[in-house]
Ligand binder design. Sequence first.
Ligand code: ADP
Ligand code: MG
Length: 304
Amino acid sequence: MGERLLIALGGNAMTAPDGSAAPEHQRAAVEEAMRHVRTLLDAGHRVTLTHGNGPQVGNLLLKNQLAAAVVPPVPLDWCGAQTQATIGTLIMNALGPRVATVVTRTLVDPADPGFAEPVKPIGRYFTEEEARRFEKLGQTWRSFGRGWRRVVASPEPLEILDAGAVTTLMDAGFTVVAAGGGGVPVVRQPGGVLTGVEAVIDKDLAAALLARAVRAKVLIIATDVPHAMIGYGGPDPRPIGRISLPELRVLHAAGHFAGGSMGPKVEAALRFVAAGGERAVITSLPEIAAALDGDVGTQVEKGQ
Ligand code: ADP
Ligand code: MG
């Protein structure tokens, strides 16, 4: 029997192994990723896909900067919307008929602490001199040893505003691409009008929300490692297989999962299952079919 699935694709599904985001490398990576997704579709599952967009947004920001004297730079939320469209198009071309991409907005709180103290680095490294120039334009830049990078808010996703359209398309038999890059961040103005904000939303946390909203049974977080591990990077790393919500919470609180990489994936898995989702799986892209069968991957269930 086919299940409703939400698959979150990491950077390795959209860029070359060395991180290159040249168009032909993006296309090749997406085509390879979709071969694995195709296996699940052929088995009768209903799939919504979401994806990261870090390198793609980084490239757009650089273009904005280089062309600023000629073409007015566009805000970060516009860059996010553009990458949803381009990556969605690549996925639709790779998957064939009955696939739709939904430009998706994610509601955030204008009072989120991230706006007062932005910490999420985006785009490339620059020299201090260049960073200071951008600071004068109102941006926040920080030194990261290798150079300076722009930092922006990464607010909590509150609601996937376009989840209704995604559900309707799924119910009609479409494979849907949605909430790419965590969704285009928007805030609700006092009068009710929605406006975009300069922020980026964690794609795994947005995936957990979207998975609940479209009533997915399983959230599959597809990355570049087959399992989340205990003691990652240490002398004795151990893969985590089947694990209950309380057990994983303990490991998460003990700091086993790095912030900005495995941390948000574990957090997303915990949130999805705590909110009533049946199972969350963290695994590598080539293993998604085996992981759905429960054979590999970190398998998070509610437990007792
Ligand atoms: P994606 O691009 O798929 O979102 P990330 O690079 O953000 O993936 O996160 C996956 C990476 O997290 C792995 O390649 C690994 O280097 C890192 N990582 C950090 N902590 C752990 C851990 N405890 N177990 C496994 N991988 C971890
Ligand atoms: Mg990565």
